[in-house]
Design a binder for this molecule. Sequence first.
Ligand code: FMN
Length: 302
Amino acid sequence: MPIMHSIYRESGKPTIDADTCSQCGACAKICPAEVLTMDDGNIRVRDDSFFGCIACGHCMMVCPEGAIKVTGRGISPEDLLPLPAPENKAGADALAALMQSRRSVRRFSDREVDAELLERIVEMASTAPMGIPPWDVGCVTVRGREQVQQITAEVVKGYEGFLKIFKPWLLTIMRPFVGRAKYEMFTHFIRPLAEMYVGGHREGRDTVFHGAPALLIFYHSPYADSADAVIPCTYAMLAAESLGLGSTVIGGAPPVLQRNKALCQKLGIPAGSKPSISLILGYPATKFRHAIRRRFVGAGTA
Ligand SMILES: Cc1cc2nc3c(=O)[nH]c(=O)nc-3n(C[C@H](O)[C@H](O)[C@H](O)COP(=O)(O)O)c2cc1C
């Protein structure tokens, strides 16, 4: 039974070259979908696994003989890359320093961001894990303040519509149906946020994307979860930090962008896919002089 829960309507196809395979079993040991198994000392490619090969490529990546090729679901043996040199890997101290230095940046210098730099960030972000590999997440790059401003205008338009419908009296009527937390979220966060977006725009301020010179919009297919896109967005944020750019995750825009089908089409987001999260980027105009301790609301052991 092939895995159908994806934009790819097929399962992956692992092929083993019997002449070069040493039957070491590394591929069977790592296969998460139980497609490759070891039976009586021989590797077997099963066609009766639960959901077929998910095309994660792990078998190709561990095979010491280069005897496995996986195709299908958008993957190919050409996607195999040499491992980065161990001395280039960030150690825990370097990674922790990067994470602690990163802050949400909402004030940007006039300097534009080169297309190549944004490409590099997107490429780095694409290494993120996804619930069902390999690719049900996409990313649109918007470069240039004017271009970002056009999206701001669309977001503001969407929130103007929201404010017209979700009047305080309607929210009061909705309260018993949606529950306290949702009611309070709409009343005390989403309405004031919408008012800030709309009011700011009227006064010539961009309170949605903060006048950023670049924007990444991550989207997920109907078969994926928004978490699939949020993780690459987080990677992009850290990639940006490592390249001297400031960034901020913008969660306020996607719920409105999702409803703007014409804009999604213009941005090249496939029908059915939804903008999940966005990230503004640019050269910081402010300098943080301290890091800050953050805590989880709860961190227990069980
Ligand atoms: C899921 C998510 C959505 C966010 N949405 C917005 C947003 O719409 N607008 C904004 O200015 N900041 C947004 N932020 C940034 C947070 O407000 C920011 O992380 C917070 O102020 C803490 O700052 P720090 O990132 O420097 O720790 C978002 C962050 C996350 C993780």
